[in-house]
Design a protein around this ligand. Structure first.
Ligand SMILES: Nc1nc2c(ncn2[C@@H]2O[C@H](COP(=O)(O)OP(=O)(O)OP(=O)(O)O)[C@@H](O)[C@H]2O)c(=O)[nH]1
Length: 207
C-alpha cells in the first residue's frame, strides 16, 4: 500500500523481527522536507480500541550508541518491551534529533553542558528554543495505522497537550522508565525543573 497527501506519503511496510518480538515497520516521508520517519507496530486492534503508543524522538547517541548522558535509549527499549507485554501497540520514531536542533548541534550543546550549562541553557546559548519539535505528522501516521484512541507513554505532559491540540484522543498518559544513571541525573533534574517533565518525586532523593 502507498498513498500520499499534500503533507506526507506512506511509502511501504515490512516485517521487522526485533530482540523484543515481531514488529512491522512502516515508512513515511514528509513531502515538503523529505524527512523520513518510521512507525513500528505490534499486534492487532479494532477501530474502537485504545492502543498503547510511544512517540520517540531520534537520539542517535542514546538509541544506537548506548549513551547514558540521557534517558532516550532506556526509554526506547522499555517502550518496545511494554508494547509487547500489552500485546499491541505502536512506536512512532520521529527523526527530530536533539529535540529538533540536529545531531551536530546536539554535540555542540553537549560540549557546553560539559562546561557547566544545563540542557536548556546550552540550547539558548546556541540560539535555539529548548524544544523545537513538531508532532504534526503523528496524526497522519496514526490515521494511516487506523488508530483513534491512544494510551501515551511519556513523562512529558507537554507532549500529551501537543497531541490533544491536534485532535488526537489521548485516553491516558503513563510514565516511562527513565533509566536514572549518574551520567544523566542532572539532565533529568533539568527536564523536571525547567521543562515540566514528571518523574517519580523520590527519583532524586539520596542521589
Ligand atoms: N538539544 C538537546 N537535545 C537532547 C539532549 N539530550 C537528549 N536530547 C534529545 O532529546 C530528545 C528526547 O526528548 P526528551 O526531552 O528527552 O524527552 P521527551 O521526548 O520530551 O519526553 P519522553 O516522552 O518522556 O521521553 C531526543 O531527540 C534527544 O536527541 C540535549 O542535551 N540537548
Amino acid at each position: 500500500m502507498s498513498h500520499a497527501t499534500n503533507q506526507f506519503e506512506y511509502v511501504s511496510s515490512a516485517m521487522l523481527p526485533t530482540r523484543f518480538g515481531q514488529f512491522t515497520i512502516h515508512g513515511f516521508v514528509e513531502t515538503s522536507s523529505q524527512q523520513e520517519h518510521v512507525a513500528l507496530s505490534y499486534g492487532e486492534w479494532q477501530a474502537d480500541d485504545v492502543v498503547p503508543i510511544r512517540i520517540h524522538s531520534e537520539c542517535l547517541t542514546g538509541d544506537a550508541l548506548f549513551s547514558t548522558r540521557c534517558d532516550c535509549g532506556f526509554q526506547l527499549e522499555k517502550a518496545l518491551q511494554n508494547i509487547v507485554e500489552q500485546g499491541k501497540g505502536v512506536l512512532l520514531y520521529l527523526r527530530q534529533e536533539g529535540r529538533g536542533i540536529g545531531l551536530l548541534n546536539k554535540i555542540r550543546a553537549y560540549k557546553l553542558q560539559d562546561s557547566g550549562m544545563d540542557t536548556v541553557e546550552a540550547n539558548e546559548h546556541l540560539g535555539f528554543d529548548a524544544d523545537l519539535r513538531d508532532y504534526g505528522i503523528c496524526k497522519l501516521m496514526l490515521e494511516t495505522l487506523k488508530i483513534d484512541k491512544v494510551a501515551l507513554m511519556t513523562n512529558n505532559p507537554k507532549k500529551r497537550k501537543a497531541l490533544e491540540n491536534m485532535g488526537i484522543n489521548v485516553v491516558s498518559r503513563t510514565p516511562i522508565d527513565h533509566g536514572l544513571t549518574l551520567d544523566n541525573r542532572n539532565y533529568l533534574r533539568t527536564k523536571t525543573e525547567k521543562m515540566g517533565h514528571q518523574f517519580d518525586p523520590h527519583l532524586f532523593k539520596d542521589k
